[in-house]
Design a protein around this ligand. Structure first.
Ligand code: 13P
Ligand code: SF4
Length: 371
């Protein structure tokens, strides 16, 4: 018997949707125990409470990839975005099945670089620098990228990085080659390079829509870091003026931001770190301390709820919602689990064998680099 999709075809009014989600939550509570150890649910910190409450493991993208490589269960339900589920496929066993509850849950930053553009850039860099680029340039891709870009990097001796280990990965890269080609997030690359003392003039911006990235030969030759012109639409909403405003009204506030924020914001912050670092930092802060946090709103709200003895607020007055993370609803999760219980796999994420091999090289290298 086919399981009916419970996703509303017409826009439901809020009340109907809340009721449907409440039904889905009850369904998950009923079905989840029946699936036992055969299934593991992994959840990213940006997921809604209604979804992440069912995660067997919750973490940042580094922790989730580490966990993904250790999971013994046959079925992994990934409450996160597409590139995270792909990485779980690459790091998992071949007989494991990874599912994304909503196939529309992508990442707009990951979509800002594709293989064709990166291959063009690599050929242009080769043209300017002469000789084999792998002798001079280490390609590093942020975790927020498609599996074929991870394979591109892996096949050229490079590694993946996340927001929690970018510095370690860049140090590893510079110990081996003189330049780094970093994609797709310019901000994580720039913030990390600056932290390492690399002058701004040696970090150039590669515009994939212009020949040779819009750079002169000299700019390419003198660069130590070539940054792809990509960004996160959520984190770019945080502005340095928001930090100023918080400090004006609360001189004792601590500002903590995610490294996907622009350099001007990171420079003004007291702390910078991944989603997991934000959770830990505030959890261990003294009672009564005040925090203005620059990252996705669901995580900030959760940290606020879990730390009632502290003041925790979103750094920006705007909502700063990751709309793609938000696409995964309890209705989607119930749908995947219900189908699984009835012996059907839906929304499976797959990675072609050749891509999988290359992507595993770059992910394994990342996991081997000490944090
Ligand atoms: P983390 O590495 O902190 O999990 O961040 C992932 C991400 O997509 C942030 O926007
Ligand atoms: Fe992608 Fe930004 Fe959403 Fe993170 S917050 S998943 S980088 S769009």
């Amino acid at each position: 018997m086919a399981v009916e999709l419970t996703i509303p075809v017409v826009m439901a009014d809020d009340e109907t949707l809340v009721q449907q989600e409440a039904v889905a939550i009850e369904k998950i509570k009923r079905i989840r125990p029946l699936l036992g150890d055969e299934v593991v649910i992994l959840g990213h910190h940006y997921q809604r409470d209604e979804v992440v409450q069912f995660a067997d493991f919750q973490g940042d993208s580094y922790q989730l990839s580490q966990e993904g490589s250790r999971v013994r269960a046959k079925y992994i339900v990934f409450a996160g975005v597409h590139f995270m589920a792909e990485s779980a496929v690459v790091l998992g066993r071949e007989d494991q099945v990874v599912m994304l509850p909503n196939m529309q849950a992508g990442c707009s930053m990951a979509d800002m670089a594709n293989l064709e553009q990166v291959l063009t850039a690599w050929a242009e860099l080769e043209d300017v620098l002469g000789g084999d680029p792998t002798a001079q340039i280490m390609p590093i891709t942020y975790m927020n990228s498609a599996a074929d870009l991870k394979a591109f990097v892996g096949e050229r001796g490079g590694a993946v990085c996340t927001s929690s280990n970018a510095r370690g990965v860049l140090e590893w890269a510079f110990a081996r080659r003189e330049k780094v080609f970093f994609f797709p997030d310019q901000h994580l690359g720039r913030n990390t390079g600056k932290q390492m003392g690399i002058p701004l003039e040696q970090m150039v911006l590669w515009n994939p829509f212009k020949p040779y990235g819009g750079l002169t030969d000299d700019e390419i030759r003198n660069a130590r870091v070539i940054l792809w012109r990509g960004h996160c639409s959520v984190h770019q909403q945080f502005r340095p003026e928001h930090v100023d405003l918080w400090r004006k009204h609360h001189p004792d506030v601590n500002v903590m931001v995610h490294p996907e924020c622009a350099m001007e914001v990171v420079d003004k912050a007291d702390y910078v770190g991944s989603t997991a670092a934000i959770v830990t930092q505030i959890e261990h802060a003294p009672a009564g301390s005040k925090w203005a946090v620059g990252t996705e709103v669901h995580l900030v709200n959760r940290v606020k709820q879990r730390n009632p003895d502290k003041m925790v607020e979103l750094l920006s007055p705007f909502s700063c919602l990751c709309s793609t993370m938000y696409r995964i609803s309890p209705i989607d999760l119930a749908n995947v689990l219900e189908n699984l219980q009835q012996g059907r796999v839906i929304n499976q994420i797959t990675v072609p064998v050749a891509v999988r091999h290359g992507a595993k090289l770059s992910l394994d290298r990342m996991l081997a680099i000490p944090k």
